[in-house]
Design a binder for this molecule. Structure first.
Ligand code: ATP
Ligand code: MG
Length: 435
């Protein structure tokens, strides 16, 4: 790693210290996550993207410097000068023996909790002061894992020949029908925030073959659950010349790759979050909707054929299926119009489940204009609103398939949080529009 950006505040980052010899003089800059004073010795742990312990003995520093050190509290931004010292006492084997500290910025309010405190306010209270909350090591770990998930997705898909695209988020009509849209004023017209890039990514795959997008989707979900947000990040993948089985194979490989990347690059973060057993095995089970219904019946939960699976049903299944699994071949009535039908009133579709959380939905797409128009009408929608999409089919549309994956949900599951809002900077839900 080469990231030397020396400035008046820092000569090195903490992560670079292990490459330096004992006694090398450095300056580092960051904010303080803990302060301990112990019989004339003061310890700071400073965060600058990594953690570094800094230590000073009362007798070994200038009196004025010692006084400044005693002023330092959690959340102070500091620039520290001192010498590299290798010692078993430091959590990562190296620390800085300080000879000076410069207080660069200090809070003018006392934050309501310390970065390491065990007694924390509720999630809602913490979200109101997310700036403080984000300075906790737990949040550092979650956001580092979040970063790694996004990096892994891009690495994996690019290596498989996908290209990254962007589609409009201000749209004229619903992608899938339904009421879960946020309307807005677009000059003198009504417009909406996109609930999914579905139709656009299908058009892109016809031209570019394999595409993906990582972007927000907007859903006017009316209720608050542990896994629904009004704005959330979606990974959308679409590939030409593929069906839902090909896409499930790809998605399975992707999940395994993400998990392995997190295990490899986020060892400290997983340990900090007490996640010891993050593991997934291929192949993931593929269970038909029909079999799920009869399984639930065996478990004492009656679900009528054609009904959606309630949260209670999904939680019950999560007790049986501990690893990620696919529910495949959903009834036509439960899937949007662009999903291809197969015999028996079902569709070439799947949901990827992990625990009780639906991580992704996908399927083979209808690629004939006539069938698509028919399906649009069957769902009680107006074909005129989809004219812009239907006319694309006149120029030829290969068979294609894809999925949408909830990135925030995946991160919630990987980090073992029980509320999706834990892993999002400023979540949007029915009761939360600010900050
Ligand atoms: P659910 O049934 O859980 O409400 P959905 O079937 O309506 O989800 P899809 O339209 O299939 O959602 O969207 C694809 C994926 O996007 C979902 O599998 C999920 O991971 C994610 N997702 C959808 N809606 C939300 C939301 N409101 N908040 C967070 N993630 C979402
Ligand atoms: Mg779904």
């Amino acid at each position: 790693m080469k990231r030397r950006i020396s400035s008046q505040f820092r000569s090195h980052y903490s992560a670079e210290l292990v490459k330096l010899p004992e006694g090398y003089r450095v300056s580092i800059a960051g904010y303080v996550v803990s302060v301990r004073l112990h019989g004339g010795v003061i310890f700071f742990v400073v965060y600058d993207g990594g953690y570094i312990q800094c230590v000073a003995h009362m007798d070994e520093v200038d009196v004025e410097v010692w006084k400044k050190m005693l002023e330092v509290r959690e959340y102070f931004y500091v620039s520290i000068s001192g010498c590299v010292s290798y010692t078993e006492r430091a959590p990562n084997g190296v620390e800085i023996v300080m000879d000076d500290v410069r207080i660069v910025a200090k809070p003018n309010r006392i934050p309501p909790f310390h970065p390491y405190s065990r007694k924390l306010p509720s999630l809602d209270k913490r979200l109101d002061i997310r700036a403080v909350d984000l300075r906790r090591p737990q949040l550092h770990a979650i956001f580092k894992i979040r970063h790694e998930v996004l990096q892994a997705i891009r690495r994996f898909l690019v290596a498989r020949g996908f290209i990254e695209v962007n589609t409009p988020k201000i749209i004229a009509s619903a992608t899938e029908g339904g009421a879960a849209l946020f309307p807005l004023f677009y000059y003198d017209k009504e417009a909406f925030l996109a609930q999914s890039p579905q139709l656009y990514k299908e058009q892109l795959s016809a031209a570019l073959d394999r595409v993906f997008e990582i972007a927000p989707i907007f859903r006017a979900e009316e209720f608050k659950t542990d896994r629904h947000l009004s704005e959330t990040i979606s990974l959308d993948v679409e590939m030409a010349f593929a069906d839902y089985r090909d896409v499930m194979n790809l998605l399975e490989d992707l999940i395994v790759y993400i998990v392995n990347s997190v295990r490899r690059y986020c060892i400290a973060q997983l340990a900090f979050l007490n996640i010891g057993d993050l593991k997934v095995r291929k192949p993931f089970r593929r269970i038909s909707y029909d079999r799920v219904i009869s399984k639930l019946k065996d478990l004492g939960l009656e679900v009528g054929w054609g009904e959606d699976l309630s949260t209670a049903a999904l939680r019950r299944l999560a007790e049986v299926y501990r690893e990620p699994y696919f529910i495949v071949d959903w009834p036509r009535g439960l899937k949007p119009f662009y999903i291809k039908s197969k015999r028996g009133g079902v569709t070439e579709s799947f949901d990827l489940m992990w625990g009780h959380v639906e991580i992704a939905s996908g399927g083979s797409r209808v690629n004939s204009k006539r069938s698509l128009a028919r399906r649009i009408r069957m769902q009680g929608l107006n074909t005129e609103s989809f004219e812009y999409h239907l006319k694309v089919f006149d120029y030829g549309m290969p068979p294609h398939a894809g999925f949408g994956l909830g990135v925030d949900r995946l991160i919630m599951v990987l980090t073992n949080r029980d509320d999706i809002r834990e892993v999002v900077f400023y979540p949007r839900d029915p009761s939360r529009l600010t900050p």
